[in-house]
Design a protein around this ligand. Structure first.
Ligand code: G3P
Ligand code: CA
Length: 275
């Protein structure tokens, strides 16, 4: 069954096609592009030697065979780790038959730590327009360095100064208004997304931090407070929702006129939307 929208909805692969392949690896992003995702979501953190890498957690313990905080490790330390095998173990749990994703030695290049630079190269070589939604993690710890490095890297790829927000291939997301403010101050035409996990009284009327055009509420907020989406839209904001994996939540997003669905299952969501 499909639930086709009246207006285009962007499908964004959250950490890549992260249900099928290990999150934040080249394997997951290649799969998302193959699956037809319109955009890729990634979290970025700074290593001890100043490289931006795509890792969600503060530590590498959950998604690699190593231990420690990303901020305390150098890129060479991270490059020695395996970011793929954990997913195979997870996929095998409770199954008798081989799961879809099995990490093999020949996958090592696609399941080592992913730098943002390598992800930008992948997007540049995708052969079609693929957008990128980059989330700054831990922006307070580094006092502006995450945003500074990010903008330098985007500049190298010619992505830091789009003619307008609507034309931009990249957007920057954060739970931190301060991080988005830094991005806007240095790159005023780059679109920014304010992520909302808790609907505080301050946010309920649909206002966002100054200059931010896009709201990023969780699906839980959207389910519990559909009127919030209406207020955001009335205020002229676009709405990108995370993390939407269930068909009934996709249908709800369609009915509410959401602009982008961020999902671990891009293929299934595209099918639900009739694409
Ligand atoms: O896309 C926004 C979403 O990724 C925010 O939550 O914890 O998955 O980074 P998290
Ligand atoms: Ca994220």
């Amino acid at each position: 069954m499909t639930h086709a929208p009246q207006h285009p909805i962007q499908v964004v692969a959250h950490r890549g096609a992260s249900e099928d392949a290990p999150e934040h690896t080249l394997a997951a992003y290649k799969k998302a592009i193959e699956d037809g995702a319109d955009a890729l979501e990634c979290d970025v953190r700074l290593t001890a030697d100043g490289h931006l890498v795509c890792v969600h957690d503060r530590r590498v313990n959950r998604t690699s065979n190593g231990r420690g905080a990303v901020s305390a490790l150098e890129l060479a330390d991270l490059a020695a780790l395996d970011f793929g095998s954990w997913k195979t173990r997870e996929a095998w749990r409770g199954r008798d038959e081989e799961p879809d994703w099995v990490h093999r030695p020949e996958d090592a290049a696609d399941t080592s730590v992913l730098t943002l630079e390598r992800l930008l190269e992948l997007v540049a070589d995708a052969g079609r327009r693929v957008e990128l939604a980059i989330e700054t993690k831990h922006p307070t710890r580094w006092a502006g360095q995450v945003e500074e490095r990010l903008l330098l890297l985007l500049k190298r790829f010619g992505l830091d100064a789009p003619a307008s927000a609507a034309e931009s291939q990249v957007r920057v997301m954060s739970f931190s208004a301060r991080s988005l403010h830094r991005v806007r101050a240095a790159a005023p035409t780059l679109p920014t997304v304010y992520l909302v996990q808790f609907l505080s009284p301050r946010l309920r009327d649909g206002r966002l931090p100054a200059g931010v055009g896009i709201a990023g509420p969780s699906i839980r907020i959207v389910r519990n407070h559909p009127a919030y989406v209406e207020r955001l839209k009335r205020a002229g904001h676009r709405v990108h929702v995370w993390t939407v994996n269930e068909p009934e939540d996709v249908d709800l997003c369609v009915d509410l006129g959401i602009d982008a669905i961020i999902t671990n299952r891009p293929r299934a969501v595209l099918q639900r939307l009739g694409r």
